[in-house]
Design a protein around this ligand. Structure first.
Ligand code: R5P
Length: 295
């Protein structure tokens, strides 16, 4: 494959692993901030007539997006044949409707900005709720990797007699697939979110799963209020402390410590966003999708 991969800051570990799996060169860049906060970027590897693959997980997107766009544009200026983006976490997908008059439809706009910047992208479990496919908002090929097989395998190896618990109806799509792969029963709870940090979760009446270890599963853990509310509900119902699994480890502010304090037995995430809780590796799944797009 005549491709070269570049890591945006913070993505070096996965870029090295992916380049190794794909047998491609890892490119060099110089990326830093000027004292006034503007970005300085330089591509220091040959990209002419090659497929350039940029790796940038898009948590905290506002501080990353412009550098990503600059790098993609520069790769083209320097003669790249195509520019692809691997963003293991795709931001702004939860803003998929106007909840209040005048709000920005961020998911559609962000998808358009990315489509304008790159020729294709690969991401992992984007938050698709009111939209069913990335093709509804992206005008370039957008491939989706599903972490479910890896999460199921992790549960089979690490949790005896699990019961999978989805904290809200949006998590059902992940929970059913993971439960199937883990050969475990599942239940989906009901959630009401009144604000960023104001979340209530209800258990079904007579929730009792004798001999089972609760495994809470969600796609995104951001403030962790969803996981915390569910963990506290399980405690109230005298169920054992849950194992909490998230695909994307955003953990805003003190969220990780707060979830630990609320009584999570263990917190494990996929390595789509670099975080100490990463315990489920999806790199090989991403490599497979890149091969399909560039092969
Ligand atoms: C939304 O429905 C998502 O699936 C997650 O439940 C949500 O993003 C979690 O956010 P937080 O950790 O802030 O409660």
């Amino acid at each position: 494959m005549n491709a070269i991969m570049f890591a945006l800051p913070g993505n070096e570990q996965m870029a090295g692993d992916l380049a190794g799996l794909l047998g491609i060169e890892l490119g060099r860049t110089e990326i830093r901030r000027f004292p006034d906060g503007e970005s300085y970027l330089r591509i220091d590897s040959e990209v002419r007539d090659r497929t350039v693959i940029l790796l940038c997980s898009l948590d905290r997107p506002d501080e990353k997006f412009l550098q990503l766009r600059f790098l993609a544009a520069t790769a083209r200026d320097l003669g790249a044949q195509a520019v692809g983006l691997v963003c293991p976490y795709l931001a702004y997908m939860r803003q998929d409707t106007r909840f209040h008059p005048g709000e920005v439809l961020s998911s559609a706009h962000f998808a358009r900005y990315l489509s304008d910047s790159v020729d294709w992208l690969v991401t992992v479990d984007p938050h698709l709720h009111r939209r069913h496919s990335l093709a509804e908002i992206f005008s370039v090929p957008a491939a989706v990797v599903h972490a479910a097989p890896r999460i199921s395998a992790w549960i089979r190896e690490n949790v005896p007699a699990p019961i999978l618990i989805g904290p809200d109806s949006e998590s059902e799509q992940w929970v059913t697939e993971v439960a199937d792969g883990a050969k475990a029963p599942y239940v989906v709870l009901e959630k009401v979110r009144r604000g960023d940090r104001d979340v209530e979760v209800s258990l079904p009446a007579h929730a009792d799963y004798p001999g089972r270890t609760p495994v809470l599963l969600d796609d995104i853990i951001s403030t962790a209020r969803t996981m915390i509310a569910a963990t506290l509900r399980l405690k109230q119902a005298n169920l054992p402390p849950p194992v909490c699994i998230g695909v994307h480890a955003i953990f805003a502010g003190d969220a990780f410590a707060e979830l630990t304090r609320a009584g999570a037995q263990r917190i494990v995430t996929c390595n789509t966003i670099c975080h100490p809780s990463n315990g489920i590796d999806v790199t090989a799944l991403i490599a497979e999708e890149i091969r399909k797009l560039t092969g």
